[in-house]
Write a protein that binds this ligand. Structure first.
Ligand code: PA5
Ligand code: MN
Length: 181
């Protein structure tokens, strides 16, 4: 096990040895309902939607994952960039999300299909309890940076998230976005 200290920034995380995972539109095109728009964008480029900076870099089961995600600002049709979203399983543990910069929402869904949403912005902490799948959506106009902390002993379950499909964006947020424009 390796102890560390770092400023809460991407640059500091990289200096501390963080692993970086990049997610592009071509990897996540099924998240977006406007297929024509997905194809139109991909004809010209494959934009990076988000990057995850993972600390500690080689976690053991007894560690915590203390990751910074940078979710870029942008839309695919009417839907803002969002993370893939997943459940935790074996064990089905909780997760803390702390906004660092920008603004967005933490969209939660449990296995019964119930939905909740919480803010992701500087100065706010939101908590996804065990049993709640989680996706972050950037509803703002700048990149959204957030810290997510969970137990490294869980397995990511992306399949259940795909089956339940969250709601890609709650209606009230669609209104909020057009009101901002
Ligand atoms: O631990 C988390 O839940 C986050 O660090 C996410 O993994 C990150 O935001 C990327 O989301 P996803 O794993 O759904 O692609
Ligand atoms: Mn998680």
């Amino acid at each position: 096990m390796k102890n560390f200290t770092s400023e809460l920034s991407v640059g500091a995380y990289l200096k501390a040895g963080a692993n970086k995972t990049v997610r592009t539109l071509s990897q996540l095109k099924d998240l977006y309902s406007n297929r024509e728009e997905v194809n139109r964008i991909l004809e010209n480029e494959d934009p990076v939607l988000y990057e995850v900076f993972e600390m500690p870099p080689s976690p053991k089961e007894t560690d915590l994952l203390v990751n910074i995600t940078v979710l870029h600002a942008g839309v695919v049709g009417e839907e803002p960039f969002m993370t893939k979203g997943h459940f935790h399983q074996d064990p089905d543990t909780g997760e803390v999300v702390i906004g660092l910069k920008g603004s967005g929402i933490l969209l939660l869904q449990n296995r019964k299909g119930e939905i909740q949403e919480f803010p992701v912005e500087e100065g706010k902490v939101s908590y996804a309890a065990g049993g709640w799948g989680h996706r972050v959506i950037n509803t703002g106009k700048e990149d959204l940076h957030f810290l997510a902390i969970s137990g490294a002993n869980m397995i990511h379950d992306y399949e259940t998230a795909v089956k339940l499909n969250f709601k890609s964006l709650p209606v009230e947020n669609k209104e909020r976005i057009s009101a901002n424009e």
